[in-house]
Design a protein around this ligand. Structure first.
Ligand code: F0G
Length: 467
């Protein structure tokens, strides 16, 4: 592999470099997280972001067609011939005045970056195409992940669609009873070996890292820095949709904190390369039932501190969490994570971009989700954390009514239909079983089905009354 790209420890005191082909995804010297790094001085970098518009005319080249790979000059680790793409990243960044009005912002200020349009229905495909390409470059034949559902769905699809000889085999680890049916159905349908362990995501992630090391299986969780290279393109597409204008804020749900880490890296690189003159600020929104990052950053003041972050504070928090056997617990199962693996990178991203962290309750996420849906874009509960967080930040005055904001909607509404149906149901027992017993009190924006007798005149009457 070329020496123009390599892996490098994020710890400024270490900065150890690792060969591009290495798949251990941990610094061999200090155990820290790795970045993919580039020798930009020896690489062809576009002079302006407008350069990428030249790709739009070329839909017959799969790399230019892909909403990820058309930006490949900004993550140049793979030769074109090795790229594995299934047309990911054909997403929409839509102006959302319904949401702007809900959160109290001016019309024309709020945009929703709808990642549900990806082949597997979530943002994960942005990163999976990059990791999968790297896996192929290293000769891997098996790939594994622990997942709350979307990473596994994405991996399963890439393995099934990827071809190759031998084809890549997907091994996925999920926690028991922790995955929504939309996502589980994808893993099963696309032929992944599905290992359901008696534990939650945090347990599964620990296990999959050990198992992958022991069996030499390629790991595609977001501790894999190649995943994060692909996810940078979510930001590039937002800039593209805004005709290369930098928004004031990006708001994103936080789970394992891969997205925020990747977004921070994207903007830092664009700025260093002279392609933007300022970075937007980043807001991360945790679920209140899985709020480690919110607690550590906002409540306990943990900061990146140029790499010298207070590890003792972090360890003490985790220790207390374990001692109290506090487990992540939220209806937003995608972000039901208490040990975010990318936490140091996320701290770095917030330092570089000037970030904030908030938390949103299940009630707040479900209400925001219904408002997003009413505006035409269906998302899963975790995705709605972005809008629920935006509402808080506007109320607090942190985000101004006139700021330009892009909220990332990470996954499609069909990922978790149970949550949606339970919110809109006319049957109190269905509401109670799924939502009420977990602390959701009301469905303020429910669109309830109208019950009518099987009789034409009654049906007509009901329609005249309600429509
Ligand atoms: N939104 C959705 C829909 C997700 O599936 C995830 C993560 C996140 C947000 C959080 O993103 O980890 O970058 O902060 N899902 C992972 C999975 C953990 O296994 O599918 P993050």
């Amino acid at each position: 592999m070329s020496d123009l790209s390599f892996q490098r420890c994020i710890n400024p005191a270490c900065r150890a470099t690792v060969d591009l082909a290495d798949t251990s995804f941990r610094c061999p010297k200090c155990g820290g997280l790795l970045d993919v790094a580039y020798d930009w001085d020896r690489l062809p970098v576009p002079k302006s972001l407008k350069h990428f518009e030249t790709k739009w005319a070329n839909r017959s080249d799969p790399l230019d067609f892909s909403g990820v790979w058309r930006f490949r000059e900004l993550f140049p680790f793979a030769p074109d011939a090795k790229v594995m793409t299934i047309g990911e990243g054909q997403t929409l960044c839509q102006r959302a005045d319904t949401v702007a009005s809900y959160v109290g912002m001016n019309p024309g200020t709020v945009y929703l970056e709808y990642e549900g349009m990806n082949p597997s229905g979530s943002f994960k495909d942005n990163g999976m195409t990059a990791a999968f390409t790297h896996a192929r470059m290293t000769g891997a034949t098996r790939a594994a992940c622990a997942s709350t559902g979307n990473t596994s769905a994405s991996l399963a699809i890439y393995c099934a669609a990827g071809g190759g000889s031998p084809p890549m085999r997907a091994v996925i680890f999920i926690g028991s009873g922790k995955i929504s049916y939309g996502k589980l159905s994808q893993a099963l349908e696309h032929g992944a070996l599905t290992v359901q362990i008696a534990g939650d995501f945090d347990d599964a992630l620990r296990q999959v890292q050990d198992v992958s090391r022991q069996l030499g299986i390629y790991l595609v969780n977001s501790v894999n820095p190649f995943r994060l290279e692909g996810q940078k393109t979510i930001m590039f597409r937002i800039l593209e949709a805004l005709r290369w204008r930098v928004p004031d804020w990006i708001v994103v749900p936080g789970g394992n904190l891969g997205n925020v880490s990747s977004f921070g890296k994207a903007f830092t690189e664009l700025k260093d390369l002279g392609l933007i003159d300022r970075a937007p600020r980043l807001a991360v929104v945790n679920a209140a039932g899985a709020d480690t990052f919110y607690q550590l950053y906002d409540r306990h003041g943990l900061r990146w501190n140029a790499g010298e972050f207070d590890k003792a504070k972090y360890d003490a928090y985790m220790h207390a969490m374990d001692a109290a056997n506090r487990r992540a617990d939220t209806l937003a199962s995608a972000i039901e994570i208490n040990r975010p693996v990318n936490l140091p990178k996320a701290l770095r991203a917030l330092e570089r971009c000037g970030g904030v962290v908030r938390e949103a309750s299940d009630q707040e996420m479900l209400d925001a989700k219904a408002k997003i849906g009413a505006g035409g874009l269906g998302c899963e509960p975790a995705s709605a954390a972005s809008v629920a967080g935006l509402l808080k930040l506007v109320k607090e005055g942190v985000i101004a009514k006139s700021d330009t904001v892009a909220c990332v909607l990470t996954g499609h509404v069909l990922k978790d239909p149970d949550a949606t149906v339970a919110y809109h149901t006319a049957d109190p027992a269905v509401f109670e079983a799924k939502l009420g017993k977990r602390g959701v009190k009301r469905a303020m924006f429910a669109n309830r089905a109208v019950q009518v007798p099987n009789q034409l005149s009654e049906i007509v009457k009901a329609i005249e009354l309600y429509a």
